[in-house]
Design a protein around this ligand. Structure first.
Ligand SMILES: Nc1ncnc2c1ncn2[C@@H]1O[C@H](COP(=O)(O)OP(=O)(O)OP(=O)(O)O)[C@@H](O)[C@H]1O
Ligand SMILES: [Mg+2]
Length: 251
């Protein structure tokens, strides 16, 4: 579904170029859930923006898969990416309307997702009236409401409390089961990566390259019972060891 070969990105400054990413090579099969873990500033958001088609100048090749040009790609960015001039509800309605839903349908689906994310009470609030975690939830609700073929999540749970984070992780697990959604997640959380992923790709410091790719051995369907599985801690630890081995010392 996603095939990147030697993907390399630099930001062109007035005085010099900043190598931000790569070369990275990886592929993600349809329906697969792949997480990327790497130190702050290594190029994760750059990679997310490149796969999402926002950054179009890069070296190497990037093929976005077999769902063809009609593939629906949804993104949740670290800085939320919500429209400041639209209410929470309007933020969700907009892409739904663009995809051909009637006004009434779009409104109903939008409310359904705002309810799932527990922010329906804030449907008529503008982003500047919402907390960071609420804006993040608007962004997540908007991304999921269109039932994307590819979902790109850039540290989506960073400003959400632990309890809701677990609920959203569970929701994501369930959605992954129900749909053929291909998901890439950028995260700093080892637990989250193990819980949700089929593969975890470990990145170096900037410009990020791939140190290691770790298969997560748990079959699907998964449930939140995995959190308390006797083997869970040791899988998380092996991931931790791989990351620590590749990057010198604690960060
Ligand atoms: N628009 C930009 N113009 C110039 N340089 C940029 C731009 N965006 C990012 N960079 C640089 O590219 C490098 C990678 O940044 P990026 O945001 O991709 O890292 P990240 O891994 O997402 O970091 P974090 O974990 O802190 O979110 C950094 O050195 C950053 O300064
Ligand atoms: Mg980032």
């Amino acid at each position: 579904m996603i095939d990147a070969r030697g993907l390399t990105v630099s930001y062109n400054g007035a005085r010099d170029n900043t190598p931000a990413l790569g070369p990275v090579t990886f592929s993600v099969a349809r329906g697969e859930f792949v997480s990327f873990i790497g130190p702050s500033g290594c190029g994760k958001t750059t990679l997310a923006r490149t796969v999402a088609g926002i950054i179009t100048e890069f070296d190497g090749t990037l093929a976005i898969g077999d769902a063809g040009p009609s593939a629906v790609v949804s993104t949740v960015f670290q800085d939320y990416g919500v429209f400041p001039w639209k209410t929470a509800l309007q933020n969700l309605e907009f892409p739904l309307r663009e995809r051909g839903h009637s006004k009434e349908e779009a409104r109903a689906i939008a409310h359904e997702w705002l309810t799932k994310l527990r922010i329906d009470n804030f449907a008529d609030f503008y982003p500047h009236q919402l907390s960071g975690g609420m804006k993040q939830r608007v962004s997540i609700a908007r991304a999921l409401s269109v039932q994307p073929d590819i979902l790109i999540l850039d540290e989506p749970f960073a400003s959400i409390d632990a309890q809701l984070r677990e609920d959203l992780q569970d929701e994501l697990m369930a959605l992954q089961q129900e749909t053929a959604m291909t998901t890439i997640l950028f995260t700093h959380s080892y637990d989250e990566a193990v819980l949700l992923s089929d593969q975890v790709i470990v990145l170096t410091a900037r410009p990020a390259t791939v140190i290691d790719t770790i298969e997560i051995p748990y079959p699907r369907p998964r449930t939140n019972a995995l959190r308390t599985d006797a083997t869970f801690g040791s899988v998380v630890n092996s991931l931790r060891t791989a990351i620590r081995g590749g990057n010198d010392g604690p960060r």
